[in-house]
Write a protein of this length. Sequence first.
Length: 246
Amino acid sequence: MNLNPTTVKVQQLKKKFGSFTAVDNISFEVKQGEIFGFLGANGAGKTTTIRMLCGLLLPTSGEAWVNGFSIDKNSEEIKKNIGYMSQKFSLYNDLTVEENITFYGGIYGLNSNKLIQRKEWILKKLSLVDQRKTITRKIPLGWKQRLALGCAIVHNPPILFLDEPTSGVDPISRREFWELVNELAEQGTTAFVTTHYMDEAEYCNRLSIMHRGKIITINSPQMLKKEYHQSSIEDVFISLIRDNFG
């Protein structure tokens, strides 16, 4: 039995842009320390959902709570309690690696002593010590990914939103990234991840498959493969899309 508290709760969430429905009445819950994945093709509604949960976009209807805070009423509180890493890596390329971490630590209100401690921990943990004085635009993409993660967790948030964080990154960097996410989850951090990589979906504790704004199914990767009699998540995904949408 999973006794961990719920950190994300979503009820009948919908987002429309004019006549287009990007997210269509979705409901789910995420537990503390869980790696929860959103798998779907581009345009499935994954990023729109994350932006609503991060307090960056108001829903058309429905409700959601992140760490106990309403996305409608407490968006500023939500922003203090989450880390957010987008696929575009919101880094300042003209700053050094170290300056980027310092900048984000200041945004999250860390005092000087705490910021120094967290910065040194991040540089060591993400193997960026030798790059600390390097201008960010000059470091390889895999290191930029590590730095973006470091900036997202500088304030040690209880919930981490990762929107296609490994897009365009080489396979070795992707694997190392997931090892770090797993370590954070083992320490109690909730990780909410969107991806369109089928192999990455296997790393999630539970997986939500999304298509055309709707959640088709939610379960662990192991149970999804068993339920749909498939050997891989890719085969599950193809089977579900074919059977439900022709």
